[in-house]
Design a protein around this ligand. Structure first.
Ligand code: PLP
Length: 387
């Protein structure tokens, strides 16, 4: 129906398919390729969580749950945030169970953004935010964090704040760089923002995967809780990407509106997944620890290998990505990526998938078994030697 094309939402028409998906589709055409692209744990979902889901099925827990999620799950999620990160949220009024962190971001941004709102994004950054901002009629405002090892600081942020700034999106530990804001950087950020009329969306989906220090949320700093929406979920911490369970933690005056966007969007998250999630956040509270120990070994291995090949890169403190510079090879990240795929059958994600500030880099995921990483590094080494 070509003649109806003009009536399609122009904001949606402007949005592109994510660069990560594009490269993943391309890799599908090379069955012998070794992929280091995916932001998905390679560990199985812990067995006891599978059992809880099986029990929920056997018990016919197959009906709608309350819109905001099972009360027991919200209680478990609130307790998890309290004991792990010292954040207190009322499970009834301030916690919503969503369909992954992705839907948590969607209902959050639809609640707090109006057309014309400026939203600060520290680039390079996960590509899931900008399209949602644009769908709300907001304007993404990127802050170049390359000069500070990919970390947003109060100093870098301040010149970008205007009277239209409504929201700052923080994603630490970061996808794609693995960086984490330090205590000092968080404190300076809170000091800058605490008296300003703007929201902070803190995507903490990698909070359980920080290697050297405990995770600290900006919501725990003075003056920040009432303006911050914390996003989290089980995809990365419990290797549960396909179960689609995420959470929002936000003050009641916000959550009461977010839950409406959620209700008319999905009614509730999958009931079976919610029962599995209760198990994950109670008996499986520390399930991420053995995975983290393994990721750390892999990080050290890939980091050392890349350094040995002469790549310029920072050592990530969290998540499961490395983001080396490819600038010295003098070609765009997409060209580097496609050549690496065609010539050596290794797939990585071009840095420009993470905004223009990611250009000149590639993202390597180490959520893969050690033998895959070893072969991947051998092939990458052979490739760069030939350039
Ligand atoms: N936020 C970040 C920073 C991510 O890297 C991802 C997934 O890769 C998501 C959100 C989406 O998570 P979920 O699978 O829970 O929707």
């Amino acid at each position: 129906m070509g003649e109806l094309e003009e009536y399609i939402n122009p904001r949606l028409k402007e949005i592109q398919i994510s660069g990560i998906r594009k490269i993943a589709n391309k890799v599908a055409g090379y069955p012998d390729a070794l992929s280091l692209t995916i932001g998905q744990p390679d560990f199985p979902t812990p067995d006891h969580i599978l059992r809880a889901a099986e029990k929920a099925i056997a018990d016919q827990r197959t009906v709608y749950t309350p819109n905001a999620g099972l009360p027991e799950l919200r209680k478990a999620a609130a307790a998890f945030m309290d004991t792990k990160y010292g954040l207190q949220y009322d499970p009834v009024e301030e916690v919503i169970v969503t369909v992954g962190a992705s839907q948590a971001l969607d209902i959050t941004l639809r609640t707090i953004l109006q057309p014309g709102a400026e939203v600060i994004l520290p680039g390079p950054i996960y590509p899931g935010y900008e399209p949602l901002v644009r769908l709300c009629g907001g304007t993404p405002v990127y802050v170049d964090t390359r000069q500070n090892g990919f970390k947003l600081t109060a100093e870098l942020l301040e010149p970008h704040l205007t009277e239209n700034t409504r929201c700052i999106i923080l994603c630490y530990p970061s996808n794609p760089t693995g960086r984490v804001m330090s205590e000092r950087e968080l404190a300076d950020m809170a000091a800058l923002l605490q008296d300003r009329k703007l929201f902070v969306v803190s995507d903490e989906i990698y909070s359980e995967l920080i290697y050297d220090a405990p995770h600290r949320s900006i919501a725990s700093l003075p003056g920040m809780r009432e303006k911050t929406i914390v996003i989290n979920g089980l995809s990365k911490s419990h290797s549960m990407t396909g179960w689609r369970i995420g959470f929002t933690f936000a003050p009641a005056y916000l959550s009461q509106h977010m839950v409406k966007a959620h209700q008319y969007n999905v009614t509730c998250a999958s009931s079976i997944s919610q029962y599995a999630a209760i198990e994950a956040l109670t008996a499986g509270r520390d399930d991420a620890l053995p995975m983290k120990a393994e990721y750390m070994k892999r990080r050290d291995f890939v980091y050392d290998r890349l350094q040995g090949m002469g790549f310029d890169l920072v050592k990530p403190e969290g998540a499961f990505y490395l983001f080396p510079s490819i600038e010295r090879f003098g070609m765009p990240s997409m060209e580097f990526t496609l050549r690496l795929l065609e010539e050596k059958r290794v797939a990585v994600v071009p840095g420009d998938a993470f905004s223009v500030y990611g250009e000149g880099h590639i993202r390597i995921s180490y959520a893969y078994a050690m033998n895959v990483l070893e072969s991947g590094m051998e092939r990458l080494e052979a490739f760069v030697k030939g350039l």
